[in-house]
Design a protein around this ligand. Structure first.
Ligand SMILES: Nc1ncnc2c1ncn2[C@@H]1O[C@H](COP(=O)(O)OP(=O)(O)OP(=O)(O)O)[C@@H](O)[C@H]1O
Length: 568
């Protein structure tokens, strides 16, 4: 793009011999002679109509270069956005679970959708700024070649206006940071309200949350208004400053310099372009400052996920042939607080069903998260087939797991896609279709699916909003069974089901007995009656353990009191 400034300067400089010829100045300035000399050397006629045609060609070429360079810049801006989005998504998906869970959904949506887009825009403004700055130097150099005194005055004038604008830019930068974090807050509140809207409307509690959203929008409006004002200020002073410089130079020309009219006019024209290019540099700088908060936020985010990548012990890819062992495992979510799990030692033999029971908050789900390697022990070790999980590739391990967690995970897609995660495969692969139907039968979901108007093609809505709680749980179980896992973790997997449905699923799962390893977490003790071995957790420790019948025989035990409260 500076090439277009070179061309424009050349085009303007060509006016010098033209004006001198038209004004009848017989004694041409040395600059005009130099320009004409170049033409004569190249064998090009210096007739006025030839000069005018060349000026036309120069400006047309400049327009083509501008079009091509803008196109290229847009391409690289879009590419930058694409790469950043892909890198962030990949970075988040490989992030340590605890670090990922420390931020809310709104924050991640804000980074990936809005902040990266703003950063890419800021990149575009920075590139424009560099181009305008170089162009202003080119115009200035051309003006200096024609009239160095004018150019010197223009440089001094430019420096004088730069300093006051710096203070304005610092302010814009501060507002930009505030805008970026306000956007995160607004997204967080929006996601929260949208996810809980049904409850909020049903209990008439929308007002408080809408107020929060409204005040966040209001703060954003103020930030936007203030940056807009600063931007308007810089763009509106561009013209008067340029004209002021021209007036100053004309005054100097008349009273002090007293040079030929044609060089003075051409130098003025070039300096006018210099001022404009310089003010555009300032304008683009300010626009990029308006978005600098987003660039800082994305940069922080990249550092955060880079330094919180999940540990990968890639050497060993476990096949799970024998057992999972916990050896004196201790874990705390917060290193400054008491441990959530302490001195856990247990063994889960392959193809056995193990149950974890205990009061709410005892640490059962935390233990399941340790098994899936979502979190890692602070002390002690977890071994799979005798291999320390620190050396194990977590992805290979997780591929063998089925995990029905408490928060039912349903995608806004068809029933079939919710089970096999690939609607196309379901429709084009008979084997896949059979497996989907089989998994639905095992999860006691086939009947309700077949009663739906579109059966397996029914779209279930956002988080399965068009299904009942029990239907969602059965669909979730069907997905995990479809994958034929080696280890199935069922964390309150049947809590939303009626007695009949729970019994049916239990019977289905009993068919898997001794073919799949199962960890069942349940409050209803009837659910775990057929487990091979039961661990009772209390306050993060294993308080009792043994087979169901043995635990039933204990007096004054936690298990016993749970049995009594459930009248079993
Ligand atoms: N992501 C987390 N960050 C911080 N603390 C957590 C987190 N998840 C759980 N906890 C805390 O760890 C403790 C054990 O939680 P956990 O979910 O393992 O209990 P649980 O036995 O499964 O309970 P429930 O039966 O109610 O599901 C609780 O005190 C809980 O507040």
């Amino acid at each position: 793009m500076p090439l277009s400034a070179v061309l424009e300067s050349f085009g303007i400089a060509l006016l010098l011999p033209l004006l001198q010829a038209m004004g009848g100045e017989s004694d041409q300035s040395s600059n005009a002679s130099n320009i004409l000399g170049i033409f004569e050397w190249a064998g090009i006629s210096t007739e006025p109509y030839i000069l005018l045609s060349i000026i036309g060609i120069v400006f047309a070429t400049k327009a083509c270069i501008k079009f091509a360079s803008e196109g290229l810049l847009n391409f690289y801006t879009a590419k930058l956005m694409l790469r950043l989005k892909s890198r962030c998504i990949a970075g988040y998906s490989n992030m340590d679970h605890a670090a990922f869970a420390s931020r809310n959904t709104g924050h991640y949506i804000n980074i990936i959708t809005t902040q990266i887009q703003r950063l890419a825009k800021s990149f575009g403004f920075t590139m424009h700024m560099a181009v305008h700055f170089i162009s202003s130097l080119v115009f200035l150099a051309a003006a200096a070649a024609i009239n160095w005194k004018f150019a010197l005055v223009a440089v001094l004038g430019g420096l004088a206006i730069t300093f006051p604008l710096q203070a304005l830019n610092a302010k814009v930068r501060k507002i930009s940071r505030e805008t970026a974090s306000e956007m995160s807050l607004l997204n967080k509140q929006l996601v929260q309200v949208i996810q809980t809207l049904k409850y909020l409307i049903a209990t008439n509690r929308t007002e408080r949350f809408l107020e929060l959203i409204h005040s966040s929008c209001h703060r954003l409006f103020q930030h936007q208004y203030r940056t807009g004002l600063a931007h308007a200020f810089v763009s509106s002073i561009r013209e008067p400053l340029s004209v002021l410089l021209v007036i100053l130079l004309v005054t100097l020309q008349v009273y002090f310099f007293n040079q030929g009219l044609a060089p003075a006019l051409v130098a003025l024209l070039l300096l006018h372009r210099t001022t404009q290019a310089f003010m555009m540099t300032m304008g683009e700088y300010q626009k990029s400052m308006e978005l600098s908060g987003s660039a800082e936020l994305v940069h922080q985010e990249i550092s955060l996920y880079t330094s919180n990548q999940e540990p990968r012990g890639d050497e060993i890819q476990p096949d799970f042939q024998a057992s999972i062992e916990f050896k004196d495992v201790t874990f705390a979510y917060d290193p400054h607080e008491a441990s959530t799990l302490s001195n856990i030692t247990l063994t889960i033999p392959k193809n056995h069903t193990i149950a974890l029971v205990g009061r709410s908050g005892a640490g059962k789900s935390t233990l399941a998260d340790l098994v899936s390697l979502l979190i890692r022990p602070d002390t002690g070790s977890i071994l799979i087939d005798g291999q320390d999980t620190r050396n194990i590739d977590p992805l290979t391990w997780r591929r063998q797991l089925g995990y029905v967690c408490q928060d039912t995970v349903i995608f806004d897609d068809t029933i079939a896609a919710n089970i096999c995660l690939d609607d196309h495969l379901y429709h084009h692969d008979d084997r896949c279709r059979e497996r989907v139907h089989e998994a639905a039968r095992q999860a006691f979901a086939a009947d309700f699916i077949n009663s739906l108007p579109m059966k397996y093609g029914t779209v279930v809505g956002d988080r399965g909003v068009r299904l009942s709680g029990g239907q969602r749980q059965r669909l979730f179980i069907a997905r995990e069974l479809y994958n034929s896992p080696n280890l199935l973790i069922l964390d309150e997997a049947t809590s939303a089901l009626d007695g009949e449905a729970e019994m049916a699923i239990r019977e289905s799962l009993e068919l898997l007995h001794h073919t799949v390893t199962v960890i069942v977490i349940a409050h209803r003790l009837a659910t775990i009656k057929h487990a091979d071995y039961i661990y009772v957790l209390d306050n993060g420790k294993i308080a009792e353990e043994g087979p169901y019948e043995a635990l039933c025989g204990e007096q004054e035990s936690i298990f016993r009191s749970m049995l009594e409260t459930q009248s079993l």
